[in-house]
Design a protein around this ligand. Sequence first.
Ligand code: ARG
Length: 255
Amino acid sequence: MNKKILALLFSGLLIISAALTGCGGNAKDDKVLKVACSADFAPFEFQEEGNKEYQGFDMDLIRALGKEMGRNVEISNIAFDGLIPALEAGNIDVAISGMTINDERKGKVLFSDPYYESGLTIVVRADEESIKGFKDLEGKKVAAQIGTTGSKEAAKIKDCEVKNFNVISECFMELKAKGVDAVINDKPVNDNYLKKTNGEGVKALSEKLTSENYGMAVRKDNKKLQEELNAALKKLKDNGEYQKIYEKWFGGASK
Ligand code: ARG
């Protein structure tokens, strides 16, 4: 075999292997971590008008985790009840969205270690006198975000009409417009809403209905990513970075 043929064969091999390893331009970039949230949940994930960057505790946390893992974080906004389907379909790698770890969801996705302690509270109109706690919601109308633990909790109430909305701000609007008597939603988000609106027209009840933990969700077959996220989370907790992010959004010490 002469040199020319050898060279031709060699370059042919190079082309084939380049095609196989996907250097042809449409290669999947393993460096990019495709993240999604339902950006309607301040102070965890939200978008301010005129600012295209997603903001919040979850957003800072996932960016810091990505940095730790050497991955570029790309965030998209998906309705809360579409997050798990998007994971299952392989459209995203991670869902971080104030998502409570529970058994039902564990049947579909893998969760990271818990990263935030939360729970549900009730918000009513400021002049509401008859609703003092969960038991008073019997026979009332309650709004909740579709697919959330708040919505599940509302469904347990006897003779209660549950109105499910796509985003939590719609629940508060409905409450103010007297379309419902109460909203059931995560406490830190309710507290943030009351603070931001100076409690105008609404108040939160002190009773905590549940105790919940937030976790990041990944696809069932992606144990590797679950472990990477856990290792990075531990690192950020150990080096004080998690604490910094916590204080930025909530002040005070984290548990
Ligand atoms: N923690 C609740 C749940 O997991 C509500 C989460 C809603 N999150 C959001 N980004 N809207 O069901």
